[in-house]
Design a protein around this ligand. Sequence first.
Ligand SMILES: *Cc1c(COP(=O)(O)O)cnc(C)c1O
Length: 400
Amino acid sequence: MSKFDFAPMPDAAGFFGEYGGQIIPPELKKIMDDINDAYEEIRQTPGFQNELAQLFADYVGRPSPIFHASRLSEQLGGAQIYLKREDLNHTGAHKINHCLGEALLAKHMGKTKVIAETGAGQHGVALATACALVGIPCEIHMGQVDIEKEHPNVTKMKILGCKLVPVTRGTATLKDAVDSAFEEYLKDPVNYIYAIGSVVGPHPFPKMVRDFQSIIGTEARQQFQEKHNQLPDYITACVGGGSNAMGMFTAFLEDKDVNIVGVEPSGKGLETDEHSATLTLGKPGEIHGMKCYVLETENGEPMPVHSIASGLDYPGVGPQHSYLKDLGRVQYESVTDEECLNAFMTLSRVEGIIPALESAHAVAWAIRVAPTLEKDQKILVNLSGRGDKDADYVADKLGL
Ligand SMILES: *Cc1c(COP(=O)(O)O)cnc(C)c1O
C-alpha cells in the first residue's frame, strides 16, 4: 500500500480485510443490521453529536490531559514518556466513552433494556453509570465467583440501580456470565440491546465502539500538535479486546512516521499456557460472532487465558487489530505479569500515579524501550484507567 487509508474501515458487511463480519444466526443478523442502520443514521445528526460531545465535556471531564512523565523519563535516560490520562475520566477509565454512546443509541432506538456481562465489574460499572444517566433499565450478568472477588464494583452497580444477575452455572466466571446474558438477550432481541464492552463481537459493534473511543486519539493528536508542533514517535496502549487501543490508534493510522504498538499480556510467560497474547500466539479463527485472531486449544475450544489484569484476559481480539497486524501497520508486543507489577509500582512511586494493571502493561512496554531511544524522542502511552481497583490486590501480593 503506497498510502495509508484506513478511515472507511470496515466495509458495508463489517469486514476489516478478512476479519470481522457477522457469524450469527439469520434472525440476529437482521437485528444487528437494524442497529447498524440506526447508528449510521444518528451519528450524522448534529443532535446526537452535540449530546455526546456535551456529555464527554461536562460529565466525563474531557478532554483528558496529557502528562509529561518527566521524572520517569529522566530515570530511564532515553525517550520522553507522555501519558494520555483516561484514568481521570468519570468512573476512572476509558470504558465510559463507549458506554455513553451505546446507552444513547439504545435510548434513541427505543430499547427497553440494556444487557451485558461483566468479569471484574469494570464494564458493568461503566454501563450502569451510563444507563443511570440516560435513564434506561440495565441488567448485568456476573459470575458468582467474580461477585465475591470484586466487592467494590458489585456495590457500585447496586447503588447505580442496575439489576445484577449472579450466575452460578459452570465455573461461575466470565464465560458463564456471557452465556447467561446472551440467553436473556435472545428472549427479546428486538426490544433489548446487548451492550458489548470492547471492539469485538458481530458487526457493527467493533466499528461503533471504536468510533465512540476514537475521541482519545483525536484529542491526543491535537494536544500533541499544539504543544510540541509535531506528533509522537511512538504511541502505545494495552490490548485486551482492544477498545482503548483502537481509541488511541485510529487518529494516527495514516501518520506514517508514528510507530504504533499494541501491548498484550504474556502473563506468566509466552512459553507457558498462562498468558493472553492473542495476536502474538493465536491464529485466525472465530469467536463471539466475528472472525479474528483467537487462542484455541487443540480441540478448537477457546483457550482458558490468564493475565494479572482481569480486563485483558480474553482469548479473542478485535477484528481491526487482527487486520492491522497482518498489514504490519501496528506492531504487537507483550509484557509479563511481573513487568506489569514493576511498572505499576514504578509509576506510583516516581510520578504519584497509580495505574490500572491493564494500563500498566503499556507503561511497562514504554519503560522497556525508552532507554533504547534518543532523549528527544517521544512515546505517548494511553493510560486507560486508574488502579484503585487493583491497589489491595497488589499490596497483598507484594506484602506491603
Ligand atoms: C477493560 C479495560 C481494558 C481492556 O479493554 P480494551 O477493550 O482492550 O481496552 C484496559 N484498561 C482498563 C483500565 C480497562 O478497564
